[in-house]
Design a protein around this ligand. Structure first.
Ligand SMILES: O=C(CO)[C@H](O)[C@H](O)COP(=O)(O)O
Ligand SMILES: [Co+2]
Length: 226
């Protein structure tokens, strides 16, 4: 399978939402990644349900919602109604993960489980066959534009092995510090979906940036940029 690109709206310019929507629609982005932060699970507050709901009619791509909130069970139905297609909950935020996974499936959404950088992959052993996707955080969640944590490569290898051992169909998504410089290595190590915030929306040409992440176009020589 060709890998997928999910630009993260967190890095978009919220004062120019119309043009940002156009970028997402015109680009080769496969999904839109939406980072929901509550200021408790992570030390930052982003945006919430009304933003997802108002974007939904304007973007014809699956919404990959990354919940960085405590007690996600309370909001599963609301995110379905707002337009989420895939709901990612953090392993660290769920006391009864089986129940949470079940509730997301019952709402007709795809389900993803997210691991913080310090959370080992083996903790997913008992639920890996129940999920559609595992999201590996490659930065500490809460902010865009952070430096990629290299240990993610080891976790990718561990996760790939676990998925194969258990016969799971889960996709592997990587989120945080993804750039054209590490994208190809991440795919080679087993990632199926790459989230990219700053690497897309802070690029001079975001549509071209998505293309480069999708096809690993070599970076142009400096002389071409002048
Ligand atoms: O979940 C996130 C942060 O918690 C974001 O999806 C992630 O940081 C993307 O931003 P960038 O590509 O700039 O690192
Ligand atoms: Co995210």
């Amino acid at each position: 399978m060709k890998h997928l690109i999910a630009p993260s709206l967190l890095a978009a310019d919220f004062s120019k939402m119309e043009s940002q929507i156009e970028i997402i629609n015109r680009s080769e982005a496969d999904w839109l990644h939406l980072d929901i932060m509550d200021g408790v699970f992570v030390p930052n507050i982003s945006f919430g349900l009304p933003v997802i709901k108002s974007l939904r009619p304007h973007i014809d791509k699956p919404f990959d919602v990354h919940l960085m909130i405590v007690d996600p069970d309370r909001y599963i139905r609301d995110f379905k109604l707002a337009g989420a297609d895939l709901l990612n909950v953090h392993y660290e935020a769920c006391t009864h993960l089986y129940r949470t996974i079940d509730a997301i499936k019952k709402e007709g959404m795809q389900v993803g489980v997210t691991l913080n950088p310090h959370t080992p992959v083996f903790l997913l052993e008992e639920i890996i066959t129940e999920v559609d996707l595992v999201l590996l955080m490659s930065v500490n969640p809460g902010f865009g534009g952070q430096k990629f944590i290299e240990n993610t490569f080891k976790k990718l290898t561990d996760l790939k092995r676990l998925i194969e051992k258990k016969g799971s169909r889960a996709l592997i998504e990587v989120d945080g510090g993804v750039t054209v410089a590490n994208a190809q290595r991440l795919i080679n190590a087993g990632a199926d979906v790459l989230v990219a915030g700053s690497a897309v929306f802070n690029a001079p040409d975001p549509i071209q940036a998505v293309k480069e992440l999708k096809h690993f176009l070599p970076e142009p020589p400096l002389s071409d940029l002048r």
